[in-house]
Ligand binder design. Structure first.
Ligand SMILES: Nc1ncnc2c1ncn2[C@@H]1O[C@H](COP(=O)(O)OP(=O)(O)OP(=O)(O)O)[C@@H](O)[C@H]1O
Ligand SMILES: [Mg+2]
Length: 466
């Protein structure tokens, strides 16, 4: 059975309260019973001592019988008390037992022995009520001996204690009811912030990610939870905003080449064209299509790189070999641009070969685009304290500082007018950043007046120091 938190806490509190009440009730009952018992015991003992002393002051049994009222007065006032005095011959001198119970004849405390609590005996009357009493011998002045028996019926005490026990049970029941009610109300009240959080959480949808958990009333235990949920919501909100922005940028970037395609074809169809013009049109159509497929391929790569299932194959790569191969691959383009590529590498890097080539190629193709003819691009790789750094440095007019931290955003281009160019998707650097994140590394850039340098920081392989 699934119990609510309120029910669980209420049950806990009620169990604790009932346990405490029971222990207190039981203890009180025991203490009161014991007090009553000691009180009666002491009274019986004191009465017996007193009566013996009085008897010892009297002359004879007749004298004692004559002072009967005085002796009875000692135990008078409580119906439960009883007194019997018998002489040695068995003659009843005093017999005052209002409740008519039996008194003990034996054992008798001898004249010369002090009456102590242990001398008191306990027995039952014919109704089963407990009687406590003591019989003691006393020597009269004339040397005769009499037996004085004093007793008290505990019937009234038992009835009183029974009543008291019933009262304790009733109080316990009342306490139980109050505990259930109060616990339920207080627990419900204490859990209000939790319900408020649940309500806020249920109001959250993809469109309403700006909702936050209320922190004002939250108790300290829930504060950390609410704060981390709010942080999570903030991250989700940012993530959704990024995805939304990405979708908008993607749509915009695909619209341009498709618009170009359509526009050029429409213009061409206005009138009859020469074969050369049709060839030029098809050539430009193919260029636009290339741009669209490049954008789609880049977007797919970024989406795959973000998926948790993305599989990398890390190898120990000789950076000199790899950078020389990449430079070789770009030879045609660099010759065309009149730029030389110089490689200076002496490190091994633990990376996925394809991703490494892709990252460096993206940086190199950018560098080629911005390096003035006759200059050289430097590809370098070296060990550092944090791992291995691979850098692509090119001369050129540099990048303004305000653009530097946005360069790695998707679709960001410094020169917006170039965005129409069939060669630019604005995704190259964000792919580089994704690749470095997959490797647990990072990418950084610095640029001043006439030099720009992008550096890939590869961390050392796990468990190995650089
Ligand atoms: N070496 C560089 N010198 C000057 N500007 C650069 C350099 N590298 C990148 N940039 C600037 O950063 C922008 C973003 O580069 P990114 O590689 O992400 O996109 P892109 O080169 O425009 O498109 P793609 O890489 O798809 O061809 C570029 O548009 C350019 O303005
Ligand atoms: Mg680029």
């Amino acid at each position: 059975m699934r119990l609510s938190l309120t029910a669980r806490l209420t049950i806990t509190f009620v169990v604790i309260t009932v346990a405490c009440f029971s222990v207190v009730g039981l203890l009180l009952f025991k203490v009161v019973s014991r007090r009553v018992y000691i009180h009666d015991q002491t009274n019986i003992m004191l009465d017996a001592r007193h009566l013996r002393r009085l008897a010892e002051e009297l002359q004879s049994a007749d004298d004692l019988a004559a002072h009967k009222d005085r002796l009875i007065a000692l135990v008078l006032g409580d119906n439960a008390n009883g007194l019997r005095v018998v002489d040695r011959g068995g003659r009843m001198l005093i017999d005052h037992i209002p409740l008519r119970y039996e008194l003990p004849a034996q054992p008798v405390v001898p004249e010369n022995q002090r009456i102590v609590p242990e001398s008191i005996q306990s027995w039952k009357d014919h109704d089963g009520n407990e009687i406590r009493g003591v019989a003691t011998a006393a020597t009269l002045k004339n040397g005769d001996s009499v037996t004085i028996a004093v007793a008290r019926s505990l019937a009234d005490r038992t009835a009183l204690l029974d009543k008291y026990r019933d009262d304790v049970w009733l109080s316990l029941l009342a306490g139980l009811l109050v505990a259930v009610l109060l616990s339920y109300l207080l627990v419900r009240r204490a859990l209000r912030p939790l319900r408020a959080m649940a309500e806020s959480a249920s109001a959250i949808t993809a469109q309403r990610l700006s909702t936050r958990m209320p922190l004002e009333d939250a108790p300290t235990e829930l504060l950390a939870l609410a704060a981390s949920l709010n942080d999570m919501l903030a991250r989700l909100e940012q993530g959704f905003a990024r995805v939304w922005q990405f979708t908008v940028d993607l749509a915009h970037d695909l619209r341009t080449p498709i618009g170009n395609l359509r526009g050029a074809n429409e213009v061409a169809l206005n009138r009859r064209r020469s074969l050369d013009e049709y060839e030029a049109l098809l050539g430009s159509n193919i260029e636009e299509c290339d741009r669209v497929s490049r954008t789609i391929e880049s977007v797919l790569f970024l989406a795959r790189a973000e998926s948790p299932q993305f599989a990398m194959q890390r190898l120990e790569l000789d950076t000199e070999l790899e950078l020389l191969r990449i430079a070789d691959y770009f030879e045609g383009l660099s010759a065309e641009a009149g730029v030389t590529i110089e490689v200076d590498a002496s490190a091994c890097v633990h990376a996925d070969r394809d991703l490494f080539r892709r990252a460096v190629s993206n940086l190199l193709s950018n560098a080629l685009r911005y390096t003035p003819a006759g200059d050289a691009i430097h590809l370098r790789a070296m060990h550092t304290e944090q791992g291995v750094d691979v850098s692509v440095e090119n001369p050129g007019k540099g990048i303004e500082p305000e653009h530097l931290d946005k360069l790695f955003d998707r679709f960001y281009r410094v020169d917006r007018s170039r965005s129409d160019s069939a060669t630019s998707t604005g995704l190259g650097l964000s792919i580089v950043k994704s690749i470095m994140e997959l490797h647990g590394g990072s990418v950084s850039v610095w640029s001043h007046a006439n030099v720009t340098c992008f550096t890939l920081h590869f961390p050392p392989p796990q468990g190995r120091s650089p």
